[in-house]
Design a protein around this ligand. Sequence first.
Ligand code: EPU
Length: 419
Amino acid sequence: MTNIRLEITGKTYLKGTIQTSGAKNATLPEMAATILTKAPCQITNVPMVDDVKIMFQTLLFLGGTGTLQSNKLNIKFDNIKNFSISENLAKKTRASILLLGPLLARHGQVNISLPGGCPIGERKVNYHLEGLKLMGAKISQKNGFISAKAQRLRAIKYTFSTKTVTGTENLIMAASLAKGKTTLKNCAFEPEIDDLITLLNKAGASISREDDRIIINGKDNLQGVHHEVIPDRIEAGTFMIAGAFKNNNITIKGCNPNHNKYLIDLLENIGCTIIINRNEVKIRPADQLKPIDINTNPYPDFPTDLQAQMTILLTQSQGISKIVENIFDNRFQHVNELNQMGANIKLSKQNNILIYGLTPLLGATITSTDLRASAALVLAGIIAQNKTIILNAQQLFRGYENMPQKLNQIGAKIKVFKE
Ligand code: EPU
């Protein structure tokens, strides 16, 4: 991947309207789901981000034919030509693990390198594998590769020990072509999972949700589908946080405010005024932000994917805030970078930070460590005095569509340099 450096001229104010793209984390499982049918599929509102482009390359390698352009994916899997996914492709994105369920269900065989993705902590896939084994797959792991084989998968009753987003998605996809009625319990509630269920049901699957229980009546085959991806709640949430800094005045268009309910309540609690009008959210910053304690947890609680962005905002509140990260064990890598900019954040335990505000931020040369931390550092650069240089910023483009351009249109000064 090309190295990207961002140069941000700070102390600019954001004013205007910003558009939300389609959800990366809904698009990725939906792309994997197209393997389940021989018929043509079309997915629209696809964000043109690097993780999606890598998934598209992988689908073509597996035997899919089609195009990905102008936020539209057309793809058709007449045949599966390959079922071994190289380390080179699989390590580029965590989402490659989502190919396991569909390939096993449709093709009965898959070899895949353990997935890559953001270095935000240990990211196990044991529940994905446990569920598929119960469905009848023979799975072995050697030298970082998962090899799985199955005749037709059979239905299971399975309870996830921990809520897992991609784990739930993988088993739903596998069960939609399995023989019989599968019941999955303690399923995650992330809206991206329900968007995947909507797509699969349009393709002829029979899937219903009752609270944390998902019931899948397996089918012999699925049909083609046309589906529009839901708005990206993490991108919209990032912009909502951007709007909460003093003197900003922005409106986020094309989002689903229900998917950001926890964040919106939280922004109100720390003093912002939020005006919701259908798919539009206006943020009016507080004169003085209040500190707050936040715990990241599975949806509908506060998302880990907005934790880094919220850390920046809380450096601008008067008093001590605390954030506890409950999902990943290494997701505070932005803290060092922020402290270099003048923040006063203490990592009190590995999963726990105290933010002492209010601290003005000063431009610095900092390094981005993962996707969401990159977005957070961009927000830091916008409010900081002088120039901020963000190295390793290619991470940002894995999951945010045109973020610098979108922010520049409402007043930011971000330059992108490919190295
Ligand atoms: N876990 C296990 N075993 C498993 C699966 C998960 O122990 O088999 C643990 C993980 O180690 C983690 C927790 O369960 O501690 C939750 O992980 P989950 O499986 O829910 O995460 P994921 O499916 O790998 C998705 C998103 C992430 C997002 C998390 C949490 C996609 C492609 N990725 O990851 O998105 O942070 O859910 O909401 O949907 C991002 O977009 O920046 C991103 C990292």
